[in-house]
Design a protein around this ligand. Structure first.
Ligand SMILES: C[S@@+](CC[C@H](N)C(=O)[O-])C[C@H]1O[C@@H](n2cnc3c(N)ncnc32)[C@H](O)[C@@H]1O
Length: 223
């Protein structure tokens, strides 16, 4: 197992395939049928780039991923909790994740995950209406967003304003087809870049093809 330069992330080669892994915070327990690797009495979980934009951004060699041990995170679009569970490995038991999704069906799964991973707090809310969960959460070190909505940049900036600490980091996964299916993804990404740059410092961005088609991953910092 090779320790990577990204916090809490390990690499292992499987033939020509580079695997991305985290240390399992809840050994022997898994919710996503992920493969586990045991080495030196430590259990690692394989983090698939086809299932997570975070893992895809690592394989695309994003230059900075700020999430680290003990961080507090607001995760918008947590879905069933796949990526959320790996961020839960990275931040450890002293960090916590407010995991927001508007679909009751996926939040039900998230509740099951959080019954074992106690650093995940599931919240059934629309991220477009942050005033509805304003009283339920604290300011956070990190804001992570992965929701396929036409106004995904507005939703992101609204939540950054309300909940991200000054100098905190924020990560936006953009699905270009949700913003405008008729436009070339490159055009969408430059529009998004301009919108973000008005309020944030953009640290890096990577397109996620071939792992996640027509997606781009932006890492920013609150000015
Ligand atoms: C692509 S999936 C997220 C996958 C997840 N981030 C992962 O990597 O495991 C997008 C999720 O965003 C949620 N979503 C869409 N619009 C939303 C909104 N306005 N507020 C909260 N969640 C939303 C959907 O219900 C869906 O679960």
């Amino acid at each position: 197992m090779l320790k990577s330069n990204y916090n809490g992330i390990y690499f292992q080669w499987q033939g020509k395939k580079k695997l991305v892994l985290t240390k399992n915070l809840t050994p022997k327990i898994k919710f996503f049928k992920e493969d586990l690797i045991l080495e030196d009495n430590t259990e690692y979980r394989i983090f698939e780039p086809g299932r997570s934009k975070y893992s895809a951004a690592i394989l695309q060699k994003i230059s900075k991923l700020p999430i680290k041990e003990n961080d507090s995170i607001l995760y918008l679009g947590a879905s069933h909790g796949y990526t959320c569970s790996y961020l839960s490995d990275i931040i450890g038991n002293k960090g916590y994740i407010f995991a927001v999704d508007l679909s009751p069906r996926v939040v039900r799964d998230l509740v099951k995950v959080s019954s074992v991973r106690e650093n995940i707090i599931p919240l059934l809310f629309d991220a477009n209406k942050p005033f509805l969960y304003k009283e339920k959460i604290t300011k956070v070190d990190i804001l992570y967003q992965d929701i396929a909505q036409r106004n995904q940049v507005d939703i992101f900036l609204k939540n950054v304003d309300l909940f991200l600490k000054n100098n905190g980091y924020c990560i936006l996964c953009i699905k270009s087809r949700s913003i405008d299916v008729t436009k070339n993804p490159g055009e969408i990404y430059s529009y998004v870049r301009k919108q973000l740059a008005k309020k944030l410092k953009i640290l890096d961005s990577k397109t996620l093809d071939p792992f996640q088609k027509d997606h781009c991953f932006f890492v920013c910092q609150k000015k």
